[in-house]
Design a protein around this ligand. Structure first.
Ligand code: NAD
Ligand code: UDP
Length: 321
């Protein structure tokens, strides 16, 4: 029987590259697509010799063409860290709107199932805690984070419309903060920021008073949840994340212990509209996908620190922003 073929957009990014690995390993023919705006070929170059992996250097917000059959499309292309999407706000809006429109159109032609990477950011600065999928969110559309949050909300609406009006098979995963090897050290997200600062001998920057919370999921757990959702028959959004919530202040302490840095923490202004709390309610994922996270933060952090320690001095001191 011929291999199932899957298109993964955002393939050279943190999550996209782990998805490529997983689908190649599971016996699929994988077509990765990326314009490398925040991703890196080094995340996927180990796959280049594999005859069941192809890479298209392409902007998903432009017309996309993929020859041959496609069984699945996973739309993961999008800047994902706040400093990235604040630097490239229009591209962020475009990939969440024009980009998903292109993917859905391609899926109709190919009769493929589409899974989109949505986000906990659709809940904005949430007034419901923990966040269940039926909470509609608290997003400021014209605030700095609006370019990302609203792109993702539009992306969900567009995907549901293609499901309802065209009968397309669709899946929506709402991803909560995920970490692991291949995050960009300088992407500004809190975990690479703190580990990078520790490795460079700099003080750790806490934004605000550090009482805001996040819940961090190790990448292998997330990928497992995504695969389960793709092969389920569930159409409504599903939260995938680790409910183990921690304040940013306590998280800084964990990183200090992990890295053994002798630096201190310093406090900087809290970015505008920075959510005060975030924790996924994963009841739906548990009951529908029989999924729950397996990797404890202490173990996931060790694996991630090992990866960052292996980076070259050039990468460690690279200033991107
Ligand atoms: P990333 O920046 O590492 O990866 C995104 C990839 O998309 C990059 O390789 C980038 O070059 C590519 N890309 C961006 N715009 C593109 C375009 N127009 N055409 C082609 N490629 C394009 O980010 P990530 O953390 O891997 O996030 C992947 C997806 O998961 C994003 O859609 C993000 O919104 C979503 N997500 C991630 C998290 C997380 O914690 N990592 C949480 C919620 C949602
Ligand atoms: N944060 C911080 N110091 C940093 C980077 C981020 O205190 O150097 C805070 C940030 O303000 C937010 C939390 O850590 O409250 C998580 O930020 P991140 O950008 O990782 O993810 P998001 O805000 O998108 O959940």
């Amino acid at each position: 029987m011929s291999r199932k073929r899957v298109l993964i957009t955002g393939a050279a990014g943190f999550l996209g590259s782990h998805l490529c690995d997983r689908f190649v390993k599971d016996g699929f023919h994988v077509i990765g697509m990326d314009n490398l705006i925040t991703g890196r070929l080094s995340n996927i170059e180990h796959l280049f010799p594999n005859e069941h992996f192809e890479f298209y250097h392409q902007d998903v917000s432009q017309f996309i063409h993929v020859p041959g059959k496609l069984d699945y499309i996973l739309h993961f292309a999008s800047p994902a860290s706040p400093i990235d999407y604040l630097k490239i706000p229009i591209q962020t809006l475009k990939v969440g709107s024009l980009g998903i429109h292109n993917c859905l159109g391609l899926a109709r032609v190919k009769k493929a199932r589409v899974l989109i990477a949505s986000t906990s950011e659709v809940y904005g600065d949430p007034e419901v805690h923990p966040q269940t999928e039926d909470y509609w969110g608290n997003v400021n559309p014209i605030g700095p984070r609006g370019v990302y949050d609203e792109a993702k909300r539009f992306q969900e609406a567009m995907t549901m419309a293609y499901h309802t009006y065209h009968g397309l098979e669709t899946r929506i995963v709402r991803i909560f903060n995920t970490y692991g090897p291949r995050m960009r050290l300088n992407d500004g997200r809190v975990l690479p920021a703190f580990i990078g600062q520790s490795l460079r001998g700099e003080d750790l920057t806490i934004f605000g008073d550090g009482s805001q919370t996040r819940s961090f999921c190790y990448v292998d757990d997330l990928i497992d949840g995504i695969v389960r959702l793709l092969f389920s028959d569930y159409v409504e959004p599903v939260n995938i994340g680790n409910p183990d919530e921690i304040s940013i202040r306590d998280f800084a302490e964990e990183i200090i212990k992990l890295t053994g840095t002798t630096q201190k923490v310093i406090y900087k202004d809290l970015p505008v509209n920075d959510p005060k709390q975030r924790q996924p309610d994963i009841s739906r994922a548990k009951s529908i996908l029989d999924w729950s996270p397996k990797v404890k933060r202490s173990d996931g952090l060790k694996l991630t620190y090992k990866y960052f320690k292996g980076l070259s001095k050039d990468e460690l001191f690279l200033k991107e922003h």
